[in-house]
Design a protein. Structure first.
Length: 157
């Protein structure tokens, strides 16, 4: 079967410290999809302190789609990886790292390496799909940044 990779990246600022942002980001919950503005269900299976399996079923335009992901945490670097182990983009990998930006500021550095299983399209088409993936993921992380802000704002009261 033919396959090809799509690479894309972006940054998302947060109004909390890097450690607080990291801890919030890796606190996976069943309602995460709602927080990202989508309909879906997430189950979380903890393998050990730095390894878990996420099984996500998200309802899209074409109906429900299920993906399983292996998540590896690296607390020392405030980083984690998310590798698709089942689903239409199996073997895709996504890298996340939280970087401090001074007092009570941080940002997410994201790199996406998505594997698509089909005949390789033109370079122009790959670039367009990369921009679409980037825009969609950036939109979800923007919503998550707002949810993070709300969670920490509520805690400070």
């Amino acid at each position: 079967m033919d396959s090809y990779s799509i690479h894309y990246s972006f940054n998302q600022p947060f109004d909390v410290s890097a450690k607080m942002a990291f801890d919030w980001c890796i606190d996976y919950r069943p309602d995460d999809w709602r927080r990202m503005g989508k309909k879906g269900i997430r189950t979380i299976k903890r393998i050990n302190e730095d390894t878990l399996i996420l099984t996500d079923t998200v309802v899209g335009e074409d109906g429900p789609l299920t993906k399983r992901r292996l998540v590896r945490l690296n607390s020392e670097r405030l980083a984690w990886t998310n590798t698709h182990i089942a689903g239409p983009n199996k073997h895709s990998q996504f890298w996340y790292q939280i970087v401090g930006r001074g007092h009570e500021k941080s940002r997410l550095d994201f790199i996406g390496l998505q594997v698509n299983y089909e005949k390789r399209p033109s370079s122009t088409r790959i670039a367009r799909v990369a921009e679409e993936l980037k825009a969609d993921d950036k939109r979800m992380w923007s919503l998550l940044a707002e949810e993070m802000r709300k969670d920490f704002h509520t805690q400070k009261r």
